[in-house]
Design a protein around this ligand. Structure first.
Ligand code: ASP
Length: 418
C-alpha cells in the first residue's frame, strides 16, 4: 500500500495545546449543557466517569511515586552539608511564603472589609442546619503528630501521604548513612521512580480528555451565581490569591533566581491547570514533579525532595484563604478581633494549611479550627461551603505553584552554596 508522503502525515498539536483546547472545550460544553436538559444527565455521567478515571490513574501512581521520589531525592543529596542547606532552605521558603500569604489575606480583608453591612443573623437559615465538627486545637495537633509516624504498610495501603513522606524521609536518610552497603536498594528505588515517571507520561496523554471532562462537570454543576452572592468576599479571596500567585511568588522567584515569570509559567502550566481543575495538590503531584524536572529543569535530587514535601506541607493558597475567611466571619458576627487574636489566627491558619492533605475542600476542615481558636462561630462555615469548590480551584493552583517555585529557589541556593 502506498504510504502518505511524509509531510502529509497527521500531526497532533503539542500536549500543551491539546490540554488548553480540552479545557476550553470543557468550559463551553459545560455552559452549553444547561441549554440541553434532555441529554444533560447522560453527558454528565460520561464526564464524571472520564474525569474520575483520570484522577484514579493519577492516584494509582501517587503513593509509589511519593515514596520513591523522596527516598531517591534524599539519598542523592549525598553530601551532608548539602542536605542541611536543602532542608533549611526548603522549610524557610515554605514557612516564609505561607506567612506572607496569610499577611496578604489579612491585609486584603482589612482593606476591602468584605462582610461589612452583612450580619450572620441574615443567614440564620443556612447556618441553623449546619453542625460543625468540633476539634480543639490540642486534639488537632495531637492527631497531626500521631499521623506522622505509622505502620508503613498501613500508610502505603491507605494512601496517607504525610505518613508516607515521613517513612520515605527515614528510608532516604538511612540509605545515606548506610552508604555503599545499600547501593543495590538505592538503585532499585531509583528505577522504581523512573518507572513511575514513565507511567505518568502515559497518563498525561489522557490529560486533555480528563481535564475537559472534569471542567465540564465543574461548570455544569457549580452555580456561578453563588459566587456572586458572596461577591465581595469571593472577589477579595480570588483577587488576593491571584496577586500572591501572579505577582508575589514570581517576583520572589525572579529576585532570588533571576528565572523570569514567563519561563516559569511556560514550564509550569500543565501542573497549574491540572491543580486548578482537580483542586487536589496530591492528585496533581505526579504532574508537578514531571513539570519541575522536565520543563523547569530542576535537579532531580532537589525536585524529588521539595515537590512531594511541598504537596503535603506547603499551601500558600489555603493559608491565605483561612486568614481572610476568619476575618470575614468575624465581621459577619460583628466581632472586632484584637492584635493578639489575629496572631493566633496567623499561627493556626499556618498549622491548618500544613496539616491539610492535598485533597479538594480540605481547607474547610481546618477552617473550623481557625474559627474555634479565637471563639468565632463555626456555623458560618455553612455559608462558605457552597462556594468552596470554586474558590478551591485558584488556591490549589497557587499551592502547587509554591512547590515548583520552592524547588527552583532551593536549587539556586544549593548551587550558590556549593
Ligand atoms: N484543595 C487544596 C489542595 O489540594 C487544599 C485546600 O482545600 O485548601 O491543595
Amino acid at each position: 500500500m502506498p504510504r502518505p508522503p511524509q509531510g502529509m502525515a497527521m500531526k497532533l498539536p503539542s500536549l500543551n495545546i491539546q490540554i488548553l483546547l480540552g479545557c476550553v472545550l470543557g468550559i463551553f460544553a459545560g455552559r452549553w449543557l444547561s441549554t440541553a436538559p434532555d441529554i444533560a444527565p447522560t453527558v454528565l455521567y460520561g464526564a464524571k466517569l472520564t474525569g474520575t478515571l483520570f484522577l484514579d490513574l493519577l492516584r494509582m501512581v501517587l503513593v509509589p511515586l511519593v515514596f520513591a521520589s523522596i527516598v531517591s531525592g534524599v539519598a542523592n543529596l549525598r553530601a551532608h552539608h548539602q542536605m542541611h542547606t536543602v532542608w533549611k532552605t526548603t522549610l524557610a521558603f515554605f514557612f516564609g511564603t505561607m506567612g506572607l500569604a496569610i499577611l496578604l489575606g489579612f491585609a486584603a480583608a482589612h482593606l476591602f472589609r468584605p462582610g461589612e453591612g452583612l450580619h450572620l443573623a441574615m443567614f440564620a437559615d443556612a447556618t441553623r442546619q449546619y453542625q460543625a465538627q468540633h476539634m480543639p486545637l490540642a486534639d488537632y495537633i495531637a492527631r497531626f503528630l500521631h499521623g506522622l509516624f505509622q505502620n508503613p504498610f498501613k500508610a502505603l495501603a491507605n494512601g496517607e501521604i504525610l505518613a508516607v513522606v515521613m517513612i520515605a524521609l527515614f528510608f532516604g536518610i538511612a540509605l545515606v548513612v548506610g552508604g555503599e552497603r545499600f547501593r543495590q536498594l538505592r538503585s532499585l528505588i531509583d528505577e522504581l521512580l523512573a518507572l513511575c515517571l514513565l507511567i505518568v507520561g502515559w497518563i498525561m496523554r489522557l490529560a486533555p480528555l480528563g481535564l475537559a471532562a472534569l471542567l465540564l462537570q465543574l461548570v455544569a454543576t457549580q452555580d456561578l451565581a453563588l459566587l456572586a452572592s458572596l461577591g465581595a468576599f469571593s472577589g477579595v479571596v480570588i483577587g488576593t490569591t491571584l496577586l500572591h500567585g501572579l505577582i508575589v511568588l514570581p517576583a520572589l522567584l525572579w529576585l532570588i533566581t533571576r528565572v523570569s515569570p514567563l519561563t516559569f509559567f511556560k514550564g509550569a502550566r500543565e501542573a497549574l491547570l491540572t491543580a486548578f481543575v482537580t483542586s487536589s495538590s496530591a492528585a496533581t503531584l505526579p504532574i508537578t514533579l514531571r513539570c519541575t524536572e522536565q520543563h523547569l529543569h530542576v535537579r532531580q535530587d532537589v525536585a524529588r525532595f521539595v515537590v512531594p514535601l511541598g504537596a503535603t506541607l506547603n499551601m500558600d493558597g489555603t493559608a491565605l484563604y483561612e486568614a481572610a475567611a476568619a476575618l470575614f466571619v468575624a465581621r459577619l458576627a460583628g466581632i472586632e478581633l484584637d492584635v493578639a487574636q489575629q496572631m493566633i489566627i496567623f499561627f493556626v491558619a499556618m498549622l491548618g494549611a500544613i496539616g491539610a492533605p492535598g485533597i479538594p475542600s480540605v481547607g474547610m476542615l481546618s477552617m473550623v479550627l481557625v474559627l474555634e481558636s479565637v471563639g468565632l462561630p463555626t456555623e458560618a462555615i455553612a455559608l462558605l461551603l457552597p462556594i468552596d469548590r470554586l474558590l478551591d480551584t485558584v488556591r490549589t493552583a497557587v499551592n502547587v505553584e509554591g512547590d515548583m517555585i520552592g524547588s527552583l529557589v532551593v536549587q539556586h541556593v544549593t548551587t550558590v552554596a556549593e
